[in-house]
Design a protein around this ligand. Structure first.
Ligand SMILES: [Zn+2]
Length: 172
């Protein structure tokens, strides 16, 4: 039930992951939890999509862009996350290492959804809450520098370019 603890904990804060491509704006509503029926995200962050010729925006899940994203009470959130969550979905992908491209696993569910890990078992490893909190602080401080660096790496690093190519081929 570590996953539940993680979700509840995550519900205390803002969504800091990658925003869905359709999302125009994000707004944080501290203390007001929202639940996504599509990707099961629980967070206080609202994604907004601007609608042409309208003053109002459409509120969506910041992670998956789904409109099935509703305000939820603490009790409701507990009910949602108490559902059994299967943490055994993963796929093989190419990843960049110092020695060159290698195959790793991407977790498709569970606390590390979307993450690439060396071993399948790592997808179900419990989240270290302290470490996650530290990373949040680091990210807030260095995100501009990190984004600039990542952009350059994706452009010039040969392994990075090769990995992108290999994963594209794999998808077909
Ligand atoms: Zn979602």
């Amino acid at each position: 039930m570590r996953l539940n603890e993680f979700n509840i904990n995550e519900a205390e804060g803002e969504y800091t992951g990658v925003y869905h491509q359709t999302v125009d704006l994000v707004r944080d509503t501290p203390g007001e939890y929202n639940y996504c029926y599509n990707c099961k995200l629980v967070s206080t962050t609202l994604g907004e999509i601007e609608v042409e010729d309208q003053d109002e925006t459409t509120v969506v899940c910041p992670r998956c862009g789904s409109e099935a994203y509703f305000e939820a009470s603490d009790e409701e959130i507990k009910d949602f996350v108490d559902e059994d969550v299967v943490v055994d979905e993963h796929e093989l992908v190419w990843a960049k290492t110092k020695k060159g491209p290698t195959m790793k696993w991407r977790c498709l569910s569970g606390p590390r959804k979307g993450r690439v890990v060396p071993k399948v078992i790592d997808c179900s490893e419990p989240i270290d809450v302290a470490q996650r909190a530290r990373m949040k602080v680091t990210r807030a401080r260095t995100k501009i520098r990190q984004a600039r660096k990542a952009k350059k790496t994706k452009r010039v690093n040969p392994t990075s370019r090769l990995v992108r190519m290999l994963n594209k081929i794999k998808k077909r």
